[in-house]
Design a protein around this ligand. Structure first.
Ligand SMILES: [Zn+2]
Length: 198
């Protein structure tokens, strides 16, 4: 028998089946317990959006600076290289991990579980990948980095004419997509994987 616990009032329920597009509600406090599998498709769509935004953030300049007639485009990679060359290895490593490595690893793991689940196949090493994703949560710091980036741009605007590039747009979309992904109930993935085992 499968049980589910309301996160708001701790009432234990036997898992009621949910029809597509609706949510199961707590019998005591009416809080939403979980949504139907349609969440899986939405989650996959947001993950793909985040992946495209990630590529844009990495491939295009974040800002273009014009100072005394000279134009410089700063990309994510050149910013990291510049921090490293200016003897700021800690800043360089933090930028690389929070904005490139952690999102890339999380996106790959999300796609690893979501694509097969959406296609009706249980992903290989499913539990392991789910646990790894949970362990990596502290590295989800894209919004924090974005704030730092905004401050840097404002400071630079005083020194040179700056124009935000497509890379900045990519970072912004990525931030929104990751925030949205964090709000999805990962329990849905466990449920789907469990159904596919049978
Ligand atoms: Zn409740």
């Amino acid at each position: 028998m499968e049980l589910t616990i309301c996160t708001y009032c701790d009432t234990v329920h036997r898992r009621p089946p949910v029809s597509r597009g609706s949510a199961a509600r707590c019998r005591t406090c009416e809080a939403s317990l979980y949504h139907a599998d349609s969440d899986l498709g939405a989650m996959l769509a947001v993950t793909i959006t985040a992946a495209i935004a990630f590529v844009v953030a990495n491939a295009f300049p974040l800002i273009t600076l014009t100072a005394s007639g000279r134009q410089t485009a700063a990309t994510l990679w050149s910013s990291i290289a510049a921090s490293y060359n200016h003897e700021l290895p800690v800043v360089a490593i933090t930028l690389a991990v929070t904005l490139i490595v952690a999102p890339l690893v999380e996106l790959l793991m999300l796609l690893w579980v979501l694509v097969p689940l959406a296609a009706g196949v249980r992903p290989p090493a499913f539990a392991l990948v789910m646990r790894a994703m949970h362990a990596l949560r502290p590295w989800r710091m894209v919004p924090v980095f974005l704030l730092g980036l905004a401050v840097a741009v404002v400071k630079l605007t005083g020194l040179a004419a700056t124009v935000p590039g497509w890379g900045m747009f990519g970072v912004a979309v990525m931030t929104i997509a990751f925030a949205s992904l964090a709000s999805f109930d990962r329990e849905v993935l466990w449920r789907r994987a469990e159904e596919l085992r049978r």
